[in-house]
Design a protein. Structure first.
Length: 259
C-alpha cells in the first residue's frame, strides 16, 4: 500500500503570500525557516507523523526569481518517506513496522521568470520550474531526481483581494521497483489583505493520481501572515486533507527575513 501526503503544501501557500507582499515592496532576498507537521494513517494500522525544519533562500532580480529549499526531517511511522518537488511525500506502510528516522531531506531548486507583469505589479504570469536533487538519506528519499514545470498566475481583483494559482506537470523518478506516475499539479489561492501588515487566505491544492489505484490528492490550506516589521514576517498555516491520499491534519509556521 502507498499513500501520498502534501506535508510541504506550505510551499504553494508561500507563493500566494509572496504575491500579496510584492505589491508594497520589491524584495531582493528572502530567508526563511520554521517547522512543518503532518499526521495521517494513509491506509496503515497506525499514524505516520512527519516533522520538518525547512531552510529556504529566495533571490529576486527584476522579473527573475531563484529559490533553494532543504529540510531536516523526522518521521515516525511505518514504511518509507519520499520527498518530491516541494509538495509530496510517499509513505509505504506495507511492512507494518513503526520506525523512527531523521536526517537531511531532498533539496529543491526553483526558478521562475515573470514574462508578464502589470505596471503596478498587481498582476502577473510566471513560467517556473523545480528540480529535486536526491540529497536525502536512505528512508527519506527515492534516490532519484524529480522535475516540475508550471505556470504561476496572480491577479489583484482589488487593492486588498488577490487571486493566485498555478497549473503544471510533474515527472517523478521511480521508487525502488515501484513505478510512479507523472501527472498534472495545480492550486488555487484566495488572499485578503485587510491592512498593510496582514495577509490571510486559503489555498486548494491538487495532484493527479501518482500511481495506479490511489486516486487523486486534494488538500486545503488556510493561512495568515503578519509583517511584524519592515524586514521580518511570520506566517502560520494549517492543512486539511480532502481525499484518502491526503493527510488527516497538518500545520506549520514560518519566520521570514526580507532584505
Amino acid at each position: 500500500m502507498y499513500r501520498i501526503v502534501p506535508s510541504l503544501l506550505f510551499l504553494s501557500t508561500l507563493s500566494a503570500v509572496s504575491s500579496a507582499w510584492a505589491q508594497q515592496s520589491a524584495q531582493t532576498w528572502e530567508i526563511s525557516t520554521g517547522i512543518d507537521y503532518s499526521v495521517g494513517e494513509y491506509g496503515a494500522a497506525s499514524d505516520t507523523t512527519v516533522i520538518g525544519v525547512p531552510f529556504d533562500v529566495k533571490m529576486r532580480a527584476d522579473r527573475l526569481r531563484l529559490e533553494l529549499t532543504v529540510s531536516y526531517l523526522n518521521l515516525e511511522g511505518p514504511g518509507a518517506f519520499v520527498g518530491s518537488p516541494g509538495t509530496l511525500v510517499i509513505v509505504d506502510p506495507g511492512a507494518g513496522q513503526v520506525t523512527t528516522r531523521s536526517g537531511l531531506g531532498d533539496t529543491n531548486l526553483r526558478g521562475a521568470f515573470a514574462f508578464y507583469r502589470s505596471a503596478d505589479a498587481a498582476s502577473g504570469v510566471e513560467a517556473a520550474g523545480t528540480v529535486k536533487l536526491a540529497t536525502a538519506k536512505s528512508g527519506l528519499g527515492t534516490g532519484k531526481m524529480d522535475y516540475t514545470a508550471q505556470m504561476n498566475l496572480y491577479h489583484s481583483v482589488s487593492p486588498r483581494f488577490i487571486l493566485s494559482g498555478l497549473v503544471g506537470y510533474q515527472w517523478l523518478g521511480d521508487f525502488q521497483n515501484f513505478g510512479l506516475k507523472d501527472g498534472m499539479v495545480g492550486n488555487l489561492g484566495l488572499n485578503l489583505r485587510p491592512n498593510d501588515t496582514t495577509a490571510m487566505g486559503v489555498t486548494l491544492a491538487y495532484r493527479q493520481e501518482p500511481w495506479e489505484g490511489i486516486g487523486e490528492q486534494v488538500s486545503l490550506a488556510p493561512y495568515i501572515a503578519w509583517r511584524i516589521r519592515q524586514d521580518w514576517g511570520v506566517t502560520a498555516y494549517g492543512t486539511v486533507g480532502l481525499t484518502e491520499a491526503s493527510p488527516r491534519f497538518g500545520t506549520g509556521l514560518r519566520l521570514t527575513l526580507f532584505k
